[in-house]
Design a binder for this molecule. Structure first.
Ligand SMILES: NC(=O)c1ccc[n+]([C@@H]2O[C@H](COP(=O)([O-])OP(=O)(O)OC[C@H]3O[C@@H](n4cnc5c(N)ncnc54)[C@H](OP(=O)(O)O)[C@@H]3O)[C@@H](O)[C@H]2O)c1
Length: 289
């Protein structure tokens, strides 16, 4: 049995491989897809099969997926192009005879074009649909927003500046990336997950008021939370020299959170982990105490 993990030079893929090893899957049964083999020496040293490939290069994917039983397709980082990239991966999996495809999708409530996250959400929706249409048995992991992404929204000096982010009173199931990777490893390492979609989210939901209070309490200071309008937020970031692409993504996440896109009730993560998700406070302590 061969399990192949893509994106294994990244945080999620690497953590998933480590959890597979911890769960007793022999290294010889694990393969990874990497763009740059020079970044994979640690994986080679563990006895894992390293295969080179790029989501933009269908032939490399087809060659890399030969003999693979279970494929974890970790979503790519090139938001504008990844719908095509993921389709390349699904087609290659089909041609190579992969028996089960597991995909790191993104949780959402709004499946329509009005989803504030635009191409970011639509590329996941299109990939989920392509996987289902492929006929390959699948598991879609609808991952919630990483707690680890919070610094992108809070900025570098939150203890001095407070929080300035257009998320209103929206509550989010911020979820540790390592919990999500462990859940993915559990899906790969056990049977019975075919043709399932799991909403993988912490049962704890927090607003940015809650986060300001938690970081303040950890440091014995008061931290303010100011939720400006979209326009004021975009203007302020632009004037501060933030690149337009990042201004757009950041503003879109603020709006999505405000609309409750990540306020999702689900016990799937707890069930897959066999425990509660890691409390957000643990992450905040490590990052902000
Ligand atoms: N749920 C959330 O809150 C959240 C937040 C951020 C990201 N994400 C999504 O989750 C994914 C995994 O997160 P992460 O933290 O592990 O991200 P990451 O550390 O940036 O890792 C991304 C991985 O994808 C690989 N990759 C990118 N483009 C590729 C291509 N064209 N062909 C082959 N491999 C490619 C990268 O390879 P290189 O090492 O060669 O660059 C890297 O290994 C991200 O890619 C993104 O889609 C989700």
């Amino acid at each position: 049995m061969t399990i192949l993990v893509t994106g294994a030079t990244g945080h999620f893929g690497k953590a998933t491989v480590d959890f597979l090893l911890q769960k007793g899957i022999p290294a010889t049964n694990i393969a990874v897809l990497v763009r740059d083999e020079n970044k994979a020496q640690d994986l080679l040293d563990k006895g894992i099969q390293v295969r080179q490939g790029d989501y933009n290069d269908p032939a490399s994917l087809k060659a890399a997926f030969q003999g693979v039983d279970k494929l974890l397709l970790v979503s790519g980082t090139d938001i504008e192009n990844r719908q095509k990239q993921h389709e390349n991966a699904v087609n290659a999996a089909k041609e190579a005879g992969v028996k089960h495809i597991v995909y790191t999708s993104f949780v959402r409530k709004n499946e329509s074009d009005s989803n504030p996250l635009g191409a970011l959400a639509q590329s996941h929706i299109a990939t989920d649909n392509a996987i289902k249409a492929s006929g390959i048995p699948y598991t879609i992991l609808l991952n919630s927003l990483y707690a680890d992404a919070l610094p992108l929204f809070l900025g570098n000096n939150v203890k001095e500046t407070g929080i300035f982010f257009p998320a209103g009173e929206g509550k989010t199931a911020f979820t540790l990336r390592s919990d999500l990777a462990e859940a993915a490893a559990n899906v790969l390492a056990s049977a019975g997950h075919e043709n399932r979609e799991y909403v993988l989210a912490s049962s704890e939901k927090n607003s940015f008021h809650d986060i300001a209070k938690a970081i303040g309490d950890l440091n014995g200071v008061d931290i303010s939370y100011n939720s400006p309008s979209q326009e004021i937020f975009r203007d302020a970031l632009t004037q501060a020299g933030v690149p337009p692409h990042y201004v757009g993504i950041s503003a879109a996440f603020g709006e999505a959170i405000k609309q409750g896109e990540f306020d999702v009730p689900s016990t799937d993560l707890e069930q897959l982990l066999g425990r509660k998700a890691t409390p957000l406070e643990q992450y905040l302590k490590s990052a902000y105490a």
